[in-house]
Design a protein around this ligand. Structure first.
Ligand code: ASP
Length: 332
């Protein structure tokens, strides 16, 4: 053994400086991507005011997350900063402005995952926690469980001192109208995107090389029987693994669950060597083949970002340490 070390150590001494230098450059990078839901977003049906409002909201959330990362903050904090803003914005189907259940109730789902130790937390079916993503974070920090639901999750949130609001606080006229239309037409197909626009999510890589992913949603208009989608399910709607990537998904949750979308993208990258775009496109094709629509945002452990969606649009944005800073809505 000693003999071998004597031969190999000088070799390492030559190779090491290059390896460390390359590593340092990589670790100085930060990157963030966000989404505000995917669906049939037609230019014709969007007013200039509405488009400007979406762009401004996306830009605000992107800037908040980017500022955390640019100052050397963690990917976790960046994801939380972006998502809490989007949860408060009634334009999006998360927190205030969430879509309503068949009974006209609010039922919010969220999840958060960190790539360095695969720690994760999630909540499903809560209706009085102002920021469901903070509840997911508390579940993760507590560490005993990964997913809490309903009343129990709310008791936990109260114990943890999270801000609580009346259910009515979340409800907006726009979502009431959507529910009325949904009930009147008995539109029951999962594919009717009008009924699930606006789930929010963020993925980030920080200057320490760590990844985080988070997702928050009201689910789908008119959902019944305690239905829960992919958003609070680790591996389906959210996943982060420092060995590969961080992913947040949006779309018809049933298909994303069946394809284990978020985890599968990370596995494709890690095990087959695909880049984030190719891996994401592969999974979105699989979702489409199953009959589902939607999209994903991905950040790789090298800080590359990718968007992939099989709908005509996805509210989205990305920024990184090389100066990229953009928000977009449509597919073309
Ligand atoms: N994935 C969400 C759900 O199925 C909805 C969406 O992202 O549009 O609950």
């Amino acid at each position: 053994m000693k003999h071998l070390l004597r031969i190999f150590l000088p070799l390492f001494a030559i190779l090491l400086p290059t390896a460390i230098a390359a590593h340092e450059v990589e670790q100085s990078d930060w990157s963030i991507a966000i989404h505000g839901g995917a669906g049939t977003i037609a230019r014709e049906s969007m007013t200039p005011e509405r488009e400007a409002a979406y762009n401004a909201a996306l830009q605000g959330a992107l800037d908040a997350g980017a500022a955390v990362l640019a100052e050397g903050g963690t990917a976790e904090d960046a994801v939380i900063a972006a998502i809490t803003l989007l949860e408060d914005d009634p334009l999006f189907n998360a927190g205030r402005g969430a879509v309503l259940t068949w009974e006209g109730r609010v039922s919010l789902d969220s999840s958060l995952m960190l790539g360095h130790d695969l720690s994760a937390g999630a909540a499903a079916g809560v209706s009085n926690v102002r920021h469901p993503i903070l509840l997911a974070q508390e579940v993760m920090r507590d560490g005993r469980h990964v997913l809490l639901s309903g009343e129990g999750a709310e008791i936990f949130a109260a114990d943890r001192g999270l801000e609580q609001v009346e259910e009515e606080w979340f409800i907006t006229p726009r979502r009431l109208e959507s529910l009325e239309r949904f009930r009147a037409n008995a539109i029951a197909t999962l594919e009717d995107d009008e009924h699930r626009y606006g789930t929010v999510g963020a993925v980030a890589r920080d200057t320490h090389g760590n990844l985080a992913a988070g997702t928050s949603t009201g689910g789908m208009t008119g959902k019944r029987w305690g239905r829960i989608g992919d958003s609070p399910l680790i591996g389906a709607g959210t996943y982060a693994d420092n060995r590969a990537c961080a992913v947040s998904a949006t779309g018809t949750g049933e298909y994303f669950i069946r394809a284990s979308v978020a985890r599968a993208i990370c596995d494709l990258m890690r095990l087959s060597g695909m880049g984030p775009q190719e891996a994401a496109d592969n999974l979105m094709t699989e979702v489409l083949e199953l009959g589902g629509t939607g999209g994903v945002i991905v950040v790789s452990n090298m800080g590359q970002t990718a968007f992939s969606f099989n709908t005509s649009g996805m509210y989205r944005g990305r920024a990184d340490s090389t100066g990229v800073n953009e928000v977009a809505i449509y597919g073309d």
